[in-house]
Write a protein that binds this ligand. Structure first.
Ligand code: MOS
Length: 740
């Protein structure tokens, strides 16, 4: 059988397990004597607990314990005053005191012999409060904005300035100054957060739905003052993450606390309603965009001033302005970030944190400017195409955005669009076409991998990384198989477990770039060993040849200049005692980040059809062209794009967590009222990749694709709605009432 190549759309290696129920997610884990924990949540958003009465709950059938701040043993590594300030190190509410900082905060935990008994007991816990007025979030907040200490990624400064914005705006012939707002969104992965904690003496094993088994291990170990090697985190399968399973939240630590308290394994699986508060939210934003241009459409000055919200106990600040710094040519610019504090659950990364709301504002503003200039929106973007990253003053490692505009426009049928708003219709249906640029940085972290090439031609790949549903296990397997030119069937993968080599969090679209590069380098190290073995082997046809003259294809090592001269790796190994060749590598970036700016790009197109009488908005067509370096698996990569684009539909038209301004409680804390799209809301999506080769970005040659899909689709839809109706809606979500 011909080996499958990189880029081939092969099925997931775990696809069969997933569709037959063989894949065991954290909530499927069973342990002998396992108990179940259920959380009791606060019903006020600010204040203190006056008393918790657990007497009747404790008498309920099957109850093992009710843990509250009154009886919970203090964790040795707990420090309530430790600043959170990073996406992975926030302050957690762990039943250590009677403080309530937000509504739906865990304040007690019922542990019983069954889930149902635990729910029942939790419902019998009686709480009285000493409430205080909660500080509301955006847009009602009256709090004084403050300058955050930092943005989530250390490379992003909080504020940047270049050129002379005042002068640029004064010289502009056409200008725009508008405010765009986005609402709070709540994380709702299909699989709620779950942890199953098992103690054996001072050893803790935790089966956890997490995007980062290693960061989770370190954080949990810190709380229990254990060396990290005493904690093992296993995540064989994860049902979606999107940023919410990046950090370990209170539930992940509480499961281990409960297991220690009742001296039994404990499963803590969040219920859907538990998700609204304690596992992160995308911050609401208020963003002011200012653009000044010449009559011919050259951007002269640009400002992006964004305001976000953060909780009273943490410091996450939504980095909405970061892409404005790099995406277009513009000599004078100001980008700032400010925050207000509110009594809400922690704000946190959600698919393209910063980029998603920021690109809605930026790409809407550019569309508005295109109408003012009477220019085609693509032509305006091309006019201001950035050949270099102007903020960092660096070249791009590769940038195929022009090709994305061109190929996307062609596949979408952009030429059929008539320029004027309200100029396209089909009876009572207004038709609109809009587009927007998409982009997302390529991030890479240190990762390690181990590869063992056996004399029988099979390969064992060991790499810690979790697969959060994106297809990472398949991509890792393909990269290893590809290095030897063998079929993926010959590769066995050991992953999703902190006993395997260390890899980073699967967030920021970094898994293939990071862990994939480690696989590529480990395979290279194995191949180097094979070359050395061959050139020193009297019986090898490659005896005395140079390493650099040899290559591997289809499991065979041979001379580049004379392919007939060579032998199968299996032949070489069998002749040399039948031992496997094994190599471990730790792979990290060199100085390419100092020399190049690295981004994936895309052009997203949308068509909407709007009932003029009812204001009902249907997205009828979505086309997106993306350039992201080497595509390891065309099938799983395509599904990443589609997933991001669908979330864009959700963000543009539906998602909105509504806080009651008096109580700060989320009024639609369920999936019936917190709207997300269903199949019927989504047209066929034509998402495709434009060829791009990037040998600088990382050894795997890949750019991140998990998040880019959402960065263009929101504005593309908003811009299409304007084109259809002539109404510019700057406040998400765009619901029928706003366009009527
Ligand atoms: Mo993603 S929001 O960086 O997991």
């Amino acid at each position: 059988m011909e080996p499958k190549l990189i880029g081939d759309p092969i099925d997931r290696i775990d696809g069969k397990q997933k569709v037959t129920g063989g894949a065991r997610y954290s909530a499927d884990i069973k342990q002998p004597e396992m108990a179940y924990a259920v959380l009791v949540m606060s019903t006020i958003a600010n204040g203190t607990i006056r008393d918790i009465d657990t007497a009747s709950a404790e008498k309920m059938p099957g109850v093992l314990a009710i843990m509250t701040h009154k009886n919970t043993p203090k964790l040795p590594g707990y420090d309530a005053n430790k600043p959170g300030a990073t996406a992975l190190g926030r302050v957690l509410h762990l039943l250590h005191d009677n403080q309530v900082d937000y509504s739906n905060q865990p304040i007690a935990m019922a542990i019983a012999d069954s889930f149902e008994h635990a729910v029942d007991a939790a419902n019998h816990v009686r709480v009285t409060y000493q409430p205080k007025t909660p500080a509301p979030g955006l847009p009602t907040s009256k709090a004084e904005p403050f300058r955050p200490q930092k943005l989530p990624r250390p490379d992003d400064p909080v504020d940047t300035q270049r050129g002379d914005l005042t002068k640029a705006m004064a010289s502009a012939e056409v200008s725009l100054k508008q405010t765009y707002t986005t609402p709070t969104q709540i994380h709702n992965a299909l699989e709620p957060h779950t942890s199953v904690a098992v103690w054996e003496g001072k050893q803790l094993t935790i089966y956890q739905a997490t995007q980062g088994i290693f960061p989770s291990r370190e954080r949990i170990a810190e709380y229990f003052a254990l060396p990290p090697e005493n904690v093992r985190v296993i995540a064989q399968f994860v049902g979606g993450g999107f940023g919410s399973k990046g950090p370990v939240w209170a539930d992940g630590v509480l499961a281990a606390m409960a297991a220690q308290y009742v001296k039994r394994p404990v499963k803590l699986e969040l219920r859907r309603s538990d998700m609204f508060g304690m596992v992160g939210s995308r911050s609401a934003t208020t963003q002011q965009l200012e653009i000044g241009a010449s009559r011919s459409g050259d951007f002269l000055g640009m400002a992006h001033r964004s305001l976000n919200q953060t909780s009273v106990f943490d410091d996450f600040s939504e980095p909405a302005g970061i892409l404005t710094r790099v995406l277009y040519k513009c000599p004078s610019q100001e980008v700032t970030h400010r925050s207000i504090r509110a009594n809400i659950g922690a704000t946190s990364p959600m698919r393209a944190p910063g980029e998603a709301p920021g690109m809605f504002a930026l790409e809407s503003a550019i569309d508005e400017l295109a109408y003012q200039l009477n220019m085609d929106p693509i032509a305006l973007r091309l006019k201001n195409y950035a050949e270099t990253d102007q903020q960092k003053e660096l070249p791009f490692s590769s940038k195929s955005l022009r090709e994305c505009y061109q190929q996307g426009a062609e596949r979408f049928g952009w030429s059929k669009r008539t320029a004027a708003p309200r100029s396209m219709r089909d009876g009572n249906i207004l038709i609109g076409m809009g587009m927007a640029t998409a982009t997302y940085p390529t991030i890479r972290d240190e990762a390690s991998a181990k590869i063992k090439f056996n004399a029988d031609g099979t390969v064992l790949l060991s790499i810690g990384t979790q697969d959060i549903g994106t297809g990472s296990y398949t991509a890792m397997t393909q990269l290893a198989a590809n290095a030897f030119g063998i079929s993926t069937d010959l590769v066995t993968l050991r992953a999703g477990d902190t006993r395997q080599p260390k890899t980073p969090v699967s967030g920021g679209s970094r898994t293939t770039a990071s862990a994939g590069s480690a696989v590529v380098q480990a395979a290279e190290a194995v191949i180097l060993k094979a070359k050395q073995l061959a050139l020193n082997d009297l019986k090898s046809p490659l005896k005395g040849q140079k390493e650099s003259d040899m290559v591997v294809e289809k499991g065979r090592l041979f001379l580049k200049s004379d392919p007939k001269k060579g032998e199968l790796l299996t032949t070489l190994l069998k002749r040399n005692g039948g031992n496997a060749l094994e190599a471990s590598t730790s792979s990290k970036s060199g100085d390419e980040k100092e020399k190049y700016s690295m981004y994936a790009h895309g052009a997203q197109f949308a068509e909407v059809r709007i009932d003029e009488a009812l204001g009902e908005i249907r997205v009828s067509k979505l086309t997106g062209a993306y350039a992201a370096g080497r595509i390891v698996n065309a099938k799983t990569a395509h599904s990443q794009l589609v997933g991001g684009i669908v979330w864009g539909v959700s963000m543009a038209l539906l998602e909105h967590a509504i806080h009651d301004p008096r109580t700060n409680r989320i009024m639609n804390a369920n999936l019936a009222e917190y709207h997300v799209p269903v199949n019927a809301d989504i047209p066929d999506i034509d998402a495709f990749f434009v060829d791009e080769k990037d040998e600088i970005v990382n050894p795997a040659g890949v750019k991140g694709i998990g998040e880019i899909g959402i960065t263009g689709s929101v504005a593309a839809i908003a811009n299409a709605i304007y084109h259809a109706t002539g109404k510019r809606i700057r406040e998400l979500p765009i619901t029928p009432d706003k366009i009527m």
